[in-house]
Design a binder for this molecule. Structure first.
Ligand SMILES: C[S@@+](CC[C@H](N)C(=O)[O-])C[C@H]1O[C@@H](n2cnc3c(N)ncnc32)[C@H](O)[C@@H]1O
Length: 236
């Protein structure tokens, strides 16, 4: 996927941030992931509870994610890797539910992780031993795994195809036997960029990436408030 930012490319974008010079500049001047990490840092500084989703969903969305993962089979004794955990909107639900030391959250934004770590202390769930790490592609996490579940809510929606492919490949090596990697995506007729950090994919493409990594893939009916769809990849 070509990630060059030009006027013609931006003219077709539908996101609000591409009209804001301080955000657009990041993607013009830096490699994609570095730009995106700084984008998140800036948004966390502006408004932490509105930086990674709608502020009015702060209380409800993490709960929704926990309920979904319980439906997927998550139980307190399982290990969970929360990819793109952001400021801890879902961690504050997952961590109290899981047994101690069973949660790892990763993100590319140090600002987001710092907020999540502080939130854990303020809300009293740090004693359950959540681990928060900077990581962009799931590489080098073997010492923290294997994981029964890997979950990425609203992350593939923000990544180009080359990143998505690496993440799925590395997830396959981190999953325990019969482990599941579930993630949301924005549906489109083919892989395409629709904003500075907005991307759409078709389910067949994502399932094929899973199969290439040795995982059984399926689209599942769960939908999310912002219209995202869900894919489940299972280690056979
Ligand atoms: C829209 S937010 C969703 C946050 C969280 N999953 C939730 O739903 O509450 C996306 C998050 O993913 C992070 N992110 C994006 N690309 C990532 C990558 N390659 N690896 C790890 N985190 C990433 C962003 O920094 C941001 O915090």
């Amino acid at each position: 996927m070509d990630l060059k930012i030009t006027d013609a490319v931006v003219a077709k974008f539908k996101d609000k941030d591409s009209a804001k010079p301080r955000f657009r500049k990041l993607y013009e001047e830096r490699p994609f992931l570095e730009a995106y990490a700084e984008h998140t840092n800036l948004r966390v500084k502006d408004n932490p509870k509105g930086a990674i989703g709608r502020e009015d969903e702060w209380e409800t969305h993490g709960k929704l994610q926990l309920e979904f993962m319980i439906k997927e089979g998550l139980r307190p004794h399982h290990t969970l890797l929360d990819v793109g955990c952001g400021v801890g909107r879902a961690a504050r639900r997952f961590v109290p539910y899981l047994e101690a030391a069973n949660y790892v959250g990763i993100d590319i934004s140090q600002g987001a992780l710092d907020y999540a770590i502080q939130l854990a202390a303020d809300e009293g769930w740090e004693q359950k031993g959540p681990v928060f790490l900077i990581n962009s592609d799931l590489a080098g996490l073997e010492d923290h795994g294997p994981f029964n579940f890997i979950w990425a809510h609203s992350v593939m929606t923000h990544l180009p195809s080359q990143q998505v492919e690496v993440m799925i490949k590395n997830a396959a090596t981190l999953l325990a036997e019969n482990g599941r990697f579930a993630f949301t995506y924005k549906p489109g007729d083919k892989p395409k960029r629709t904003g500075l950090k907005q991307f759409a994919f078709d389910s067949a493409y994502l399932i094929a990436l899973g199969e290439k990594a040795g995982l059984k893939g399926e689209a599942i009916p769960q939908q999310w408030p912002a219209g995202q769809r869900t894919i489940r990849l299972t280690k056979r």
